[in-house]
Design a protein around this ligand. Structure first.
Ligand SMILES: Cc1cc2nc3c(=O)[nH]c(=O)nc-3n(C[C@H](O)[C@H](O)[C@H](O)COP(=O)(O)OP(=O)(O)OC[C@H]3O[C@@H](n4cnc5c(N)ncnc54)[C@H](O)[C@@H]3O)c2cc1C
Length: 342
């Protein structure tokens, strides 16, 4: 579908092409946002709306009767440069992976471990996207947004965003308060910090006889590992990891270890333990199973998939059945990472 500047479609519009689960829910009205001035007009008009970037972290469980805005704000701007760093302001509607590729082509470091994550730049701070030992909070300097009540432009410094594991102020206190219009990232110009401690990256580097990887090698490794492990949403609808990993304190971990000696867990810098939810789901026998058109991926238990014509409610039903089984067996409540709409 090709849209021209500020083009909008009126009722009802299928959202199937705008969410990576490919759920065929509809919107009352859909508008592509290519200019912040138009966004300000919409906010001033007082009509409520939903925001979609790449639609790779939402599950549509019903039609959206009102307005849906699809973010297509574009542009890059350099805002600061020192001998070691560059700060770049990127419009929120830019595709995340395009930004990663652009930064690599310029020789800028910091984004390589986050290669091939779907979605837009503006959604990255919302759940503090992370992969292969790096979280986007490590490179964000500030987030620029429009306040959805007043239409005023605000800037939140990284410290004000309260970033946590797949979490930020935008999922909590400020949920629904801002339309993120741009993000400032501080990237390295030299002395890049190479993060290669994930076993899959180590294995890839060893297989390619690379002992001193640069940022491009890391990106290449991540792209190849991700492509071989994760289902392509264009082929099999999904939103990546459906659930977050579980964090427990030392005491709880000890108790779980006594009951389930084979349990997998990783100690975190704060002394807590992270338990891979994929492993918990797999232990409950869900990997590869399906309920109708909704399924748990055959290789990645954390990824729920649309085998064809699943509705959002079918996927949600499957997610709830998995949650209930994990809770019954391990006494752990697993939390969705995906935003469930409406
Ligand atoms: C195959 C696959 C692999 C993935 N791998 C990873 C991974 O490794 N790590 C990871 O962290 N995530 C991963 N994800 C999840 C997803 O890619 C990220 O969460 C991404 O940042 C979502 O971007 P989006 O533009 O698609 O957001 P959407 O799905 O469009 O939106 C997500 C939420 O953010 C809100 N939102 C979007 N844009 C704005 C804005 N400009 N202002 C205010 N609110 C906004 C929406 O309203 C919605 O609530 C994966 C997803 C898929 C499909």
């Amino acid at each position: 579908m090709i849209f021209n500047k500020s083009e909008s479609m009126t009722s009802p519009v299928s959202l199937q092409a705008y969410n990576t689960f490919h759920i065929d829910a509809s919107a009352g009205r859909l508008e592509m946002i290519v200019e912040t001035s138009r966004l300000k007009d919409i906010i001033a008009g007082g009509q409520p709306f939903h925001i979609i970037g790449g639609g790779s972290n939402i599950l549509l469980t019903d039609d959206i009767p009102g307005l849906v805005l699809v973010n297509r704000l574009r542009g890059y701007e350099m805002v600061d440069k020192t001998p070691d760093h560059i700060t770049v302001r990127v419009a929120s509607g830019e595709r995340w992976h395009d930004f990663v590729l652009w930064s690599l082509s310029m020789g800028y470091g910091g984004l390589e471990n986050l290669s091939l994550i779907p979605g837009t730049v503006g959604a990255a701070p919302i759940q503090n996207i992370g992969a292969y030992g790096v979280e986007v909070k490590d490179i964000i300097v500030a987030v620029h947004a429009l306040d959805m009540e007043t239409g005023e432009e605000v800037t939140l410094r990284a410290e004000e965003c309260r970033f946590g594991y797949r979490d930020s102020i935008f999922k909590r206190e400020a949920k629904g308060q801002y339309f993120i219009i741009a993000v400032d990232f501080r990237l390295t110009l030299r002395n890049h910090r190479i993060v290669d401690d994930y076993w899959a990256i180590k294995e890839w580097l060893a297989a390619h006889h690379i002992s001193a990887p640069d940022i491009r090698d890391i990106s290449k490794a991540v792209i190849q590992i991700r492509s071989s492990k994760l289902p392509d949403p264009e082929v099999l609808g999904n939103a990546g990891s459906f659930f977050k990993n579980v964090e427990v304190d030392k005491e709880k971990m000890k108790a779980l270890g006594l009951r389930f000696p084979e349990i997998k867990a990783f100690e975190m810098p704060n002394g807590n333990f992270k338990i891979p939810t994929g492993w918990l789901i797999d232990q409950c026998g869900w990997k590869g199973r399906r309920i109708g058109e909704a399924g748990c991926h055959k290789d990645q238990a954390l990824v729920l998939v649309n085998h064809g014509k699943a509705s959002g409610r079918e996927i949600l039903r499957l997610a709830k059945a998995i949650q209930a089984d994990v809770e019954e067996r391990f006494g752990l409540m697993i939390e969705p990472e995906v935003n469930i709409w409406p």
